[in-house]
Design a protein around this ligand. Structure first.
Ligand code: UGA
Length: 426
């Protein structure tokens, strides 16, 4: 497994759990040392237990030479947004493949899992084939917070291979034998389709979220309720209720950068118009972050000198990931506007502190809200959804609560004396 970040660490542990012998390779010595000692370098439910239980079947190393005996080489490195534009930065993928070339030979299979612009696999295949090995593209659909379950029981397997490459399909089937035995659908296709399945899936999910957030903007000027609207349209099976939660929108290390890279790739291919709508998806998403700041500004009659308790820092619950986190961006905009922010999160305080040291981090909701003028819930952790409004009222004089995830029941908060503001709700 080349790359032991989110994807690679989870996959290494899950493949070992399924009985395979796995060597995880990463250039980051501290990551390799932590994983080797059975500790993930990020919060993911169930992962530490898997790492601890994998025994001899799982090793980690900084040297690709330790993977020389492997028959299947997964590429699981990151493809972040490039520093100078919207396109994906493929330097880690390029380096991973080049680093592997010396250990490759006939009978070896390189399997790309990273999210890449369509056309990448075709280009990399030529290099891999020059060593007598083969390439396949096997995109990954795991969600943070459910990564172990999604990997052990995926909802589909997609293999992109050269036409007629039955040998690679058979080897991938061997790797995924237990999921296939459980009836997981498997789609065998070409490189371009496999690459596109991944980017199209993430673009669709992002569009679904921005669609409902656009409806929230309409609801805000008409007095309608977007949560009820989502329930009602979601009952149509063709639409479905999942991923229709209006709020502060999507963040994380995948959806935002993937829609930008997809759009950039379409422009390169001369079909930019086809994905022009993704610019709007991105803009709607960014507007929601500002809407939360504006609501607080309005309710407090200005932000300068105010103290605001920010509940949540991770981009979503059950994660300590703060990459492109809406919560962190709201906190930053509040401090830029002259407010003091006290912030808490069940898992993400250490990761957030590295990016935004100017916040006043606390260990508990009680400490965060003490002395605050307003409270904003930005990540829908269970611990926040289950807060007792009367108890919170006894901890603070704040009487404004902005529910940026529409995850609270307004009635008890209002009954406890709070001015409740959701997004797209009245
Ligand atoms: C996403 C995809 O869901 C995975 O299928 C994919 O494999 C992964 O990206 C990836 O490319 O690696 P993830 O980033 O873990 O997974 O998070 P999601 O569960 O998709 O949530 C993304 C964001 O959308 C979060 O900030 C979440 O709070 C937000 N969201 C989600 C909403 O605002 N509303 C919703 O209804 C659902």
């Amino acid at each position: 497994m080349i790359g032991c970040g989110y994807l690679g660490a989870v996959h290494s542990a899950c493949l070992a759990r399924l009985g395979h012998e796995v060597v995880g390779v990463d250039v980051d010595e501290s990551k390799v040392a932590a994983l080797g000692a059975g500790r993930a370098t990020f919060h993911e439910p169930g992962l530490d237990d898997l790492l601890a239980a994998s025994g001899d079947r799982l090793r980690f190393s900084t040297s690709v030479g330790d993977a020389a005996d492997a028959r299947v080489h997964f590429i699981a490195v990151g493809t972040p947004q490039s520093r100078d534009g919207a396109a994906a930065d493929l330097s880690h993928v390029e380096a991973a493949v080049d680093g592997l070339l010396p250990v490759l030979g006939p009978g070896h299979l390189v399997v790309g899992k990273s999210t890449v612009p369509v056309g990448t696999a075709q280009r990399l295949a030529e290099r891999v084939e020059s060593r007598g090995a083969r390439l396949a593209w096997n995109p990954e659909f795991l969600r943070e917070g459910f990564a172990v379950a999604d990997t052990l029981r995926p909802d589909r397997l997609v293999y992109g291979v050269r036409g007629g490459d039955d040998e690679s399909v058979a080897l991938l089937d061997e790797v995924h034998a237990s999921a296939l035995a459980a009836g997981t659908p498997r789609i065998v296709t070409d490189f371009a389709t496999a690459e596109l399945v991944k980017t199209a899936a993430n673009a669709f999910l992002a569009t679904k979220i921005s669609f409902i957030n656009a409806m929230a903007e309409i609801a805000e000027v008409t007095g309608a309720d977007v949560a009820t609207l989502a329930d009602a349209i979601g009952l149509d099976e063709r639409i479905g209720r999942r991923f229709l939660n209006a709020g502060i929108g999507f963040g994380g290390g995948c959806l935002p950068k993937d829609i930008r890279a997809f759009r950039a790739r379409a422009v390169e291919l001369g079909v930019g118009e086809s994905l022009a709508f993704l610019d709007h998806v991105d803009q709607i998403n960014r507007r929601r972050r500002q809407r939360v700041v504006d609501l607080l500004d309005f309710e407090l009659g200005g932000l300068r000198g105010r103290r605001i308790a920010v509940l949540g820092l991770a981009f979503k619950p059950d994660s300590d990931d703060v990459r492109d986190s809406p919560a962190l961006e709201v906190a930053r905009r509040l401090t830029d506007a002259g407010a003091f922010v006290s912030a808490t999160d069940p898992e993400a305080v250490p990761t957030a502190r590295r990016l935004l040291p100017q916040l006043d981090y606390t260990e508990s909701v009680r400490e965060a809200v003490a002395g605050a003028d307003a409270i904003v819930v930005v990540t829908e952790w269970k611990a926040f959804r289950e807060l007792d409004p009367r108890e919170v009222a006894s901890w603070t004089d704040a009487r404004v609560i902005v529910d940026a995830r529409n995850c609270l029941d307004p009635a008890p908060w209002r009954a406890a004396g709070f001015t409740y503001r959701g997004l797209g709700r009245h």
